[in-house]
Design a protein around this ligand. Structure first.
Ligand SMILES: [Fe+2]
Ligand SMILES: [Fe+2]
Length: 303
């Protein structure tokens, strides 16, 4: 490793671990996404270390777990299992850790994940159901699903034979199996036509069965960065009876829409009493600023 790389990694680790608490959350986010972009063994070890030490922000901790999943390195499995097991851990962190196990997709995780299905925490139960099923699916099929966004999704997309109307029907069917609704969601994201995006907006506003499902639609909107989703996202963020994990994801998705009107909503909720919502708005404002700026890449660390 060159001296330059070494000093970049040390600098990123300092920001990520934030021992003295001097770095604001948006800088830590940028450092995290720089490390995720590097994706090296050293970068993963830094993210693992930071996850173990994180005490300040549940939001940041869930993002660390998310990145460990996306990097798909089995070295993170033991730590992710600890997070899923820990009943004192915030639900968003436990959920993200379980989903990360699905993303890493080690067959040995199937049994572990299944023990949480049907438990008292609905979001965790649903995440583990999807993650275990995804690992089983990967075991049975050779097909590698890739998408425009480079994300490792919690389920594969639905079959290409289904048209938007059929996908919409499955998505809006609150009695349909969550696995099938997720698959429709990702296929509609990949289609990304106006009708497809509006079906996703309707599902976000109409669904009454699963906060997990609604939060994933918001996540997908963050990938789509389509102005058509702004109204549904703003309504979701404004709905204080909505689950924090859904409002959090709505705020971050709004931040990815490069429109100035979005920032007034985000500013308003950057004082929300719910910590993960408040912090998400602060981070989202930073992303929004970036989208409107000339900066080359989000993950570049500002001086
Ligand atoms: Fe999530
Ligand atoms: Fe999230």
């Amino acid at each position: 490793m060159s001296a330059d790389t070494q000093s970049t990694l040390e600098n990123l680790e300092k920001i990520l671990v934030n021992e003295q608490g001097e770095f604001p959350l948006y800088k830590r986010y940028r450092a995290l996404f720089s490390l995720k972009g590097l994706g090296s063994k050293e970068a993963i070890q830094i993210i693992i270390k930071a996850t173990k030490k994180e005490k300040d922000s549940e939001l940041f901790k869930h993002e660390l777990a998310y990145c460990l999943g996306q990097l798909q390195n089995p070295e993170a499995i033991a730590l992710l299992e600890d997070l899923v097991r820990d009943e004192d851990e915030f639900i968003m962190v436990r959920h993200e850790a379980a989903e990360a196990l699905g993303a890493i997709s080690d067959e040995r995780s199937i049994q572990f994940l299944k023990t949480f299905i049907g438990g008292s925490c609905k979001e965790l139960s649903e995440t583990c159901y999807l993650a275990a099923k995804k690992i089983e699916y990967n075991k049975e099929t050779e097909i590698k699903h890739e998408n425009l966004y480079g994300s490792v999704d919690p389920t594969p997309p639905a079959n290409e034979e289904l048209n938007v109307k059929q996908l919409r029907d499955i998505l809006l069917d609150q009695n349909a199996d969550l696995w099938e609704r997720y698959r429709s969601m990702f296929r509609l994201r990949d289609i990304a036509s106006k009708e497809a995006v509006l079906a996703l907006c309707d599902a976000l506003l109409q669904d009454k069965t699963s906060a997990l499902f609604r939060h994933e639609i918001c996540f997908v909107f963050g990938e789509l960065q389509d102005k058509l989703t702004a109204d549904a996202l703003q309504k979701t963020l404004a709905n204080t009876s909505e689950a924090p994990m859904v409002r959090h994801e709505a705020a971050e998705a709004l931040g990815s829409i490069a429109e100035s009107y979005v920032s007034s909503a985000l500013k308003h909720y950057s004082e929300d009493p719910v910590a993960v919502v408040r912090e998400s708005c602060i981070v989202a404002l930073d992303m929004n600023e970036y989208q409107n700026s000339e900066e080359f890449q989000y993950a570049i660390i500002p001086n």
